[in-house]
Design a protein. Structure first.
Length: 330
């Protein structure tokens, strides 16, 4: 399933993400040797339609010659079949950012082999580049709150999210043995310059500094819960459409990273059959503490801070409606 190369194939960066099937057979790991031995690991296209990481690497290699790199660099280009079609994943596929904790399926075995390979190479740091489908600020995510993780994240954004679920994420697997971060750089195609500069900055460090959050002037959030729509329920954002089970407010993704007071209207429920599921990090259903239904209105019952709220109905069904966070003081 995985192809491993020791150079960038001819023409790779002359192609856009939807044309990569012309150059690559599938998921591809590229090890490039540089002067400093410990490689920086950069992964992208784990979700095939999230293109900014690939485009940032394209920019990076306009500046750097792969044969003359100051540090070794390993690139993982993930879900190439989905990227070719401009999709997060293909219908029958696993989510490539949920395959990093098991060893059963072919995709999980591929992930395990990449992790053990990078461990052997004493990877310097790991960066996994993603985009959001909803409106969000640029932010980094870490899975440990050690100073080197927080500092790594701070080099991309002063907004940092700490999460340990989904535990099957790539950054989670790498966090066990090197500083690692998942970065979220807006919608696909956004943030290319910022991601390229970030990769470059980390690339040139001799070691990741160990600063504390307060020294870095960071705002750190902790992901508390994930919001899911029950299987079989239908969703719309069209305020006129009362035929669907749930109709969320028009500017739903404007709520991301906003602190919402109890009583905030989230949408309407036009059939009484379904309830929104809010599942905390330990898998406990906390829906009753978070959501209330008043008539056909869906109301925030407590203070909530959403992230990754999306209006992409396919993503809502495939993954989730979004997450809830709390502020952390470190
Ligand atoms: Zn993603």
């Amino acid at each position: 399933m995985l192809e491993i190369l020791d150079e960038i194939p001819e023409g790779l960066f002359d192609h856009g993400p939807t044309e990569l099937h012309k150059i690559l057979k599938g998921p591809t790991l590229i090890h490039l040797k540089g002067e400093k031995e410990r490689p920086l690991f950069v992964s992208t296209l784990l979700h095939g339609n999230e293109t900014s990481g690939f485009l940032a690497l394209q920019k990076f290699f306009q500046k750097y010659d792969q044969k003359n790199l100051p540090r070794s660099l390993t690139i993982f280009l993930g879900n190439i079949p989905a990227a070719t079609q401009g999709l997060r994943k293909l219908e029958f596929q696993e989510d490539f950012n949920r395959i990093w904790a098991g060893n059963k399926t072919e995709a999980e075995q591929m992930a395990t082999s990449i992790v053990s390979e990078m461990k052997k190479k004493k990877v310097f740091a790991a960066i996994d580049v993603h985009n959001n489908t909803g409106k969000n600020p640029f932010y980094g995510c870490v899975n440990r709150l050690l100073p080197e993780f927080v500092t790594l994240g701070s080099l991309f954004s002063k907004t940092l999210v700490y999460f340990i679920e989904p535990h099957e994420a790539l950054s989670m697997a790498f966090s066990k043995f090197c500083p690692s971060t998942t970065i979220e750089c807006g919608k696909p195609g956004e943030g290319i310059n910022e991601v390229c500069s970030f990769i470059e900055e980390v690339y040139h460090l001799d070691e990741i500094p160990r600063k504390r959050a307060h020294e870095l002037d960071m705002q750190i959030y902790h992901t508390l819960a994930r919001i899911k729509i029950p299987v079989g329920a239908s969703v719309t954002f069209d305020q006129e459409d009362k035929s669907k089970d749930f109709c969320f407010i028009k500017d739903f993704d404007d709520l991301n990273f906003e602190e919402l007071a109890p009583g905030t209207l989230l949408g309407h429920r036009y059939s009484g059959n379904f309830e929104i599921l809010v599942i905390d990090e330990t898998g406990v259903d906390i829906s009753d503490q978070i959501i209330s239904y008043e008539g056909d209105k869906i109301i925030a019952k407590s203070t909530i801070i959403p992230s990754m709220f999306t209006k992409d109905i396919k993503v809502i069904h495939q993954d989730c409606l979004g997450y809830l966070m709390e502020k952390l003081e470190l």
